[in-house]
Design a protein around this ligand. Structure first.
Ligand code: ZN
Length: 138
């Protein structure tokens, strides 16, 4: 993620929070993994708690994948867990990732200890914040 993209994401969302950062990472990973076309070649289904901060994830995903609320290719399904499914609509390839509960706790701890900006930077720099639970390439 280059600096300009990050700035655009923060401008769009209104603040630089750790769940926004997590959404950016998940979306980037999925586009690369599925070799999907940004904006029109991807569908994203987000299972997560339907209120901020966890739902801020959705905005990170919109910016990074180009799937948007207006185009109807991203949706939020209220859930206790955070699981995101991506489909490459050109190939039918599918990827599902989960953000484990201990990672969510880690994000809250960073937020408390480091403040928003530093916590979010940490999210951009740390690997292993999510796990692939399903991957299918037709
Ligand atoms: Zn937010």
């Amino acid at each position: 993620m280059d600096e300009r993209e990050l700035e655009a994401a923060i401008k769009f969302h209104g603040h630089f929070g750790p769940f926004l950062a997590l959404g950016l990472r998940l979306g980037e990973f999925a586009l690369t993994h599925l070799k999907a076309r940004k904006h029109f070649g991807i569908k994203v289904t987000v299972h997560c708690p339907p209120q901020p901060p966890p739902s801020c994830l959705v905005d990170g995903l919109q910016v990074s994948t180009g799937a948007t609320y207006g185009k109807r290719n991203i949706e939020l399904i209220p859930s206790e867990e955070i699981v995101v499914q991506f489909v490459n609509t050109d190939t039918g390839g599918m990827l599902t990732v989960r953000v484990p509960k201990d990672v969510r706790e880690q994000l809250s701890t960073w937020l408390k200890e480091l403040g928003e900006g530093e916590a979010s930077k940490r999210v951009l720099e740390t690997d292993g914040l999510f796990e692939v639970i399903e991957s299918a390439h037709p």
